[in-house]
Design a protein around this ligand. Structure first.
Ligand code: GLU
Length: 504
């Protein structure tokens, strides 16, 4: 929560609190009655959006935001829009935009409209929509709801400093000088400020219910939350571009992280200034590590695409879906499987299943889902072939698929295949680790035409199996010897036995 905001009250917009929604001035959105059951899930097609700023690689938190918006749109036969909020040119990171597209594609989250797909609301990069924001900012200025501000950086800096010295201090710092002067007071390129209301209206959030979020003022030295909507370079600020686009793109539901909750009163005030109906707001809880700490790099805050060599997208999506949502139980007390494909998630997703507490990220759980989804995948031949194509251990996709079919049911990470490199290249024998009697056993094995039955009549069983395993895999455990021979073929087995004998 930002400093300087009062968290005055909160009631969850759940069925029990329907009467508290009857307070004046709070838009009565988001409550439907279906067969006598009160629900916050829309019964009309929802238009949602994912609006990332390309300032870094897409991490777990953003992926969840994208996913919930996508699931809501698909569940209600609505639309899912991708919009790039790239107006803060100083924070742009090279490669971040491409990473967003690649990650969504890998995860199977396909936008209906966006910078790549195009669509009726194009362009979808805010940096290409400058003229639109200017038109709307000018409209507010003409109506006296916004004004040009010529104050210098120094003056604004002094105001900020003096505001911090107030008791209590306040992050609302501007004194409205330019609103009162009504004229150009310096040669600075002006910014446009929104004339904020005396008091912000309460907001109604689907997860948090009704909230009264006000900036902290100091009554002795009154300042104003007249935030900038258009910067001196002509680019809009986040708040302004965000609401103009949400309105023009017909967004019905804004699902985003809780860190945006304190911006929502500002957004609502802007909607009111234009006379527009705001969308429904759905603020989802923060992601924390199991110890309730902010996520560290190891927890996938880096970029989720970097996990693609370990986990299936199906598993990651399943894992992420449960950070703040749970599937409905068929009846009270009855358990429900947490392992779900994207199609199952789409079918089961409902705003009624959202939860409020911080969502804890556990790597163990991710690998549990990965194991479950690898198991599911192993049963579908085409999927196994698709996965086989993603590995570069061999050019022989058919062989790779056969290997995967054997290994998948026991794997929990995709990179475990690295323990089976001997299935693709002849091992580099570490002869000092050879089991006792290895050379003699292998020579006899060849003489007996690779007949193990006969071989165990002459040597100890343990010696036989350890020696053959050594020749085939340099002693690596995992698969049973007949399984290895079956995969490698008898011809390759013979080759390895004779190479190994020569090395010993
Ligand atoms: N551009 C904002 C972000 O990077 C969007 C916040 C919102 O969804 O309103 O998260």
């Amino acid at each position: 929560m930002k400093i300087g905001y009062h968290w005055l009250s909160g009631t969850r917009g759940s069925p029990e609190t329907v009467s508290s929604l009857m307070e004046p001035k709070v838009p009565l959105l988001g409550m439907y009655v279906n067969n006598g059951i009160k629900s916050v899930h829309p019964h009309i097609p929802a238009v949602t959006r994912f609006a990332p700023s390309p300032t870094g690689y897409l991490h777990l938190g953003s992926l969840r935001t994208a996913l919930y918006n996508y699931l809501l749109a698909r569940n209600t036969n609505g639309k899912f829009i991708l919009r790039l909020e790239d107006t803060d040119q100083t924070r742009l990171v090279a490669g971040a935009e491409k990473n967003i597209y690649d990650t969504l594609k890998w995860c199977g989250i396909q936008p209906d409209e966006g910078p790549v797909q195009g669509g009726i609301h194009a362009p979808y990069r805010q940096s290409e929509r400058k003229h639109i924001y200017k038109e709307y900012a000018d409209q507010l200025v003409a109506q006296g709801k916004a004004y040009h501000c010529y104050c210098s950086k120094e003056r604004l800096g002094d105001l900020r400093e003096s505001a911090m010295k107030l008791k209590p201090p306040t992050t609302v710092t501007y004194d409205r000088k330019c609103f009162h002067s009504h004229s150009q007071t310096s040669d600075e390129q002006p910014v446009i400020r929104f004339k904020s209301p005396e008091k912000y209206d309460k907001i109604n959030d689907v997860v948090h219910g009704i909230l009264d979020l006000q900036p902290q003022y100091n009554s002795e030295d009154r300042r104003y939350d007249d935030f900038v909507i258009l910067k001196s370079d002509g680019l809009p600020t986040y708040h302004f571009a965000n609401i103009v686009d949400d309105h023009l793109m017909g967004i019905t539901h804004v699902i985003r992280g809780e860190e945006w909750l304190t911006s929502t009163p500002k957004h609502q005030a802007l909607y009111q200034a234009f006379g527009w109906t705001p969308p429904e707001f759905v603020h989802i809880p923060l992601l924390t590590s199991l110890k309730d700490k902010k996520l560290s790099k190891r927890d996938g805050i880096m970029g989720v695409l970097s996990m693609s060599d370990k986990v299936l997208p199906e598993a990651l999506i399943n894992f992420v879906a449960l950070f703040g949502w749970s599937p409905p139980r068929p009846s009270p007390g009855e358990s429900v499987s947490e392992v779900m494909s994207m199609d199952e998630l789409v079918e089961k997703f409902s705003l009624d299943g959202l939860t409020r507490g911080n969502a804890k990220v556990s790597n163990a759980k991710l690998y549990y889902f990965n194991k479950e989804h690898l198991h599911r995948l192993a049963k579908v031949d085409e999927k196994v072939v698709e996965l086989a194509e993603t590995y570069d251990l061999t050019d022989d996709t058919e062989y790779m698929a056969r290997v995967l079919k054997k290994l998948l049911p026991s794997m929990s990470s995709l990179d475990e295949i690295n323990n089976y490199k001997y299935l693709f290249t002849i091992p580099d024998y570490n002869t000092s680790n050879a089991p006792p009697n290895c050379k003699a056993v292998l020579m006899r094995y060849a003489e007996l035409e690779y007949n193990v039955e006969e071989l165990i009549k002459e040597f100890k069983k343990k010696e036989v199996f350890q020696s053959i395993r050594f020749a085939l895999s340099n002693g690596a455990p995992g698969l049973a010897i007949p399984e290895i021979i079956d995969l490698l073929t008898l011809e390759e087995t013979k080759k390895r036995v004779s190479t190994c004998i020569k090395k010993l």
